[in-house]
Unconditional design. Structure first.
Length: 179
């Protein structure tokens, strides 16, 4: 590869990164932060309806209005993350849960606190765990239905992605288990 191609490749990477950051910042600017828990929505055939949220998700602390960094958006405590990782490891060691399938997970709404995954692999909210096969890390979390075919991707919370140490800017493939 010549020097010119190398410079062009570097410029393209910087351009994509800038576009991605601009899109994420624009999305964050649209976020309304309130003290009230917000129920996730499940799309139906012709309308969207709220779904009741499990207590652990409903009481999570929302990020501050001026949040800009990963640490500011991730309001899940270290203790909560440690407990969720330990519970998932215990479940994994005992063979508990039912494998629902593998899915490609992207970063979900960073302003939605807690440990959760929105996935088309479930039809009802519930508890489960996600395993990142690349490193074997697992996290116990809330399973939230996402309308679409089972082959569609999923959206995972910032805190959950951090617990399993998956890259925030990649599209990691994870295994999803239901309790």
């Amino acid at each position: 590869m010549g020097a010119r191609e190398g410079r062009n490749l570097k410029c393209m990477r910087q351009g994509f990164l800038s576009i991605g950051l601009a899109v994420m910042a624009a999305g964050c600017a649209q976020i309304s932060v309130t003290d009230q828990p917000v129920a996730p929505e499940v799309s139906g055939s012709d309308q969207t309806r709220p779904v009741s949220r499990p207590e652990s998700v409903a009481t999570a602390v929302r990020p501050p209005a001026g949040a800009r960094t990963v640490e500011q958006f991730d309001t899940t405590s270290a203790e909560e993350k440690k407990a969720a990782a330990a519970a998932a490891q215990d479940a994994q060691a005992s063979g508990a849960g039912r494998l629902l399938g593998r899915t490609v997970a992207s970063l979900g709404d960073p302003a939605k606190p807690g440990l959760w995954i929105k996935t088309p692999l479930v039809r009802q909210p519930g508890k489960g765990r996600v395993v990142y096969p690349k490193n074997g890390k697992a996290v116990e979390l809330e399973l939230i239905p996402l309308d679409g075919p089972a082959t569609a991707g999923s959206r995972m919370s910032l805190a959950a992605l951090r617990v399993i140490e998956a890259p925030l800017t990649d599209l990691p493939e994870v295994e999803v288990y239901a309790e």
